[in-house]
Design a protein around this ligand. Structure first.
Ligand code: PLP
Length: 402
């Protein structure tokens, strides 16, 4: 996606940060527009305009369900991926069978939207003497960032309430063995609820097939070319969750709040378009990504690829540049118009080493030079050419102390 950046004087923009967010796919804004205009009604009402909005909402639900291999009644619309993850982890934990101690088992490389609510639940329980304990247990990963199923298995037991393993990692892009995780949980902790965060995977992988065995599945619209602030949690029939938001009882009492009809329509349109284009887009992105990664590995001495490319999403290129600080490199790239990222977008801008890289066994000093380039549906060969022209130069400047 090359073009001028904001302001007439900026350099041409090369956007390689699709894992942070992807621009709207063609047709998505058009699909949403009526619900920001004349078809504005609240779908919970009973008059003709409300019924019209309700029809659109339920059509969107049908499309989201089809894309995710779910029944429409299993789709809970949320305000994005973070809310879907929080609802999965906390909702399932609060609804667990039995009053005793509980554990939440996650891979060590989960997104903060999973780890933070689980950690908060554990802290809250610890702060109430006499309350049943809640413990967050982290399953180890291998050097590519894939969860070790045997290691996860050792953490499972009677007390396991929730297991959460993402379908693909947001930083390095590693696809997780979610099917094997489900099998291990069903054997060792049959009462546990299994959640997968499919937020990054949904643009590239067949979530319906890969997450078929999971009880809860999170997606986010803006990672697949839909609007920000819209997402969904699939809650399989028979899976109990407590709501996080109480009020009007929308979404079968699982998520109160007046529906964002435009957001739901945008999520449905983006997921549908991503599904239709998946095979072609994945092949195209993988070829471009390979050219980018191979080009940078051969032109920048000391550059290392963080994970085996055969195990990561087609759009992910995660590299470590020895001897440079990622923040300084990202500034130079930004000045040249290349938008990349350090991995997880962190609102605080904190410079802490990535928990994902540390869990993979990458020393903190090496993690400091890690940069994530992520390609997506708008990425062109010209974007890759430009990154190949800009990055080696920027690394050389930093290494020379410039
Ligand atoms: N889960 C993963 C794996 C993500 O990459 C993100 C976003 O970065 C989220 C959850 C949060 O999604 P949202 O931005 O829609 O809240």
């Amino acid at each position: 996606m090359s073009g001028r950046g904001p302001g007439p004087a900026g350099p041409p923009v090369t956007y390689l940060d699709h894992a942070a967010t992807s621009p709207l796919r063609p047709g998505v804004a058009e699909a949403m527009a009526p619900f920001l205009g004349a078809r504005f009604a609240n779908p919970s009402g009973s008059h003709r305009l409300a019924r019209d909005a309700r029809t659109a909402l339920e059509d969107a639900r049908d499309q989201v369900a089809a894309a995710l291999g779910a029944d429409p009644a299993e789709v809970v619309f949320t305000g994005g991926g973070t809310e879907a993850d929080n609802l999965a982890v906390l909702g399932a934990l609060w609804a667990r069978v039995g009053p005793g101690p509980a554990t939440v088992v996650c891979s060590a490389v989960e997104h903060a939207a999973v780890l933070a609510p689980a950690g908060a639940a554990a802290r809250r329980a610890a702060g109430h003497p006499g309350a049943p304990s809640v413990e967050l247990l982290l399953a180890p990963v291998d050097a590519d960032g894939a969860v070790l199923v045997d290691g996860l298995g050792e953490l499972l037991g009677e007390e396991t309430a929730v297991v959460s393993v993402m379908l693909a990692n947001n930083e390095v892009g590693t696809v997780q063995p979610v099917g094997a995780v489900v099998d291990a949980v069903r054997r060792a902790a049959p009462r546990a609820v299994v959640h997968t965060d499919a937020v990054q995977a949904a643009a590239w992988l067949d979530v319906a097939a890969l997450a078929a065995g999971c009880d809860l599945v999170s997606v986010s619209a803006h990672k697949v070319g839909g609007p920000k602030g819209a997402g969904a949690l699939v809650v399989r029939r028979g899976t109990r969750i407590e709501p996080l938001l109480f009020g009007g009882g929308q979404e079968q009492d699982r998520r109160s709040g007046t529906h964002d009809v435009a957001g739901a329509v945008g999520l449905a349109a983006a997921l549908g378009a991503a599904r239709s284009a998946r095979a072609e887009e994945s092949a195209r992105a993988a070829a471009l990504r390979d050219r980018l990664a191979d080009g940078l590995l051969s032109s920048v001495a000391g550059a290392v690829e963080s994970a085996d490319r055969r195990r990561v999403l087609p759009g992910h290129c995660h590299l470590r540049f020895a001897g440079v600080e990622r923040e300084e490199l990202l500034v130079l790239l930004d000045e040249a118009g290349v938008c990349a990222s350090a991995g997880a977008a962190c609102a605080s801008g904190a410079l802490e080493p990535s928990h994902v890289l540390l869990a993979m066994g990458v020393p903190a000093a090496q993690a400091a030079g890690a940069v994530r380039f992520t390609l997506g549906h708008t990425t062109t060969a010209a974007d890759v050419d430009r990154a190949l022209a800009v990055v080696p130069d920027a690394v050389a400047r930093l290494r020379a102390g410039g």
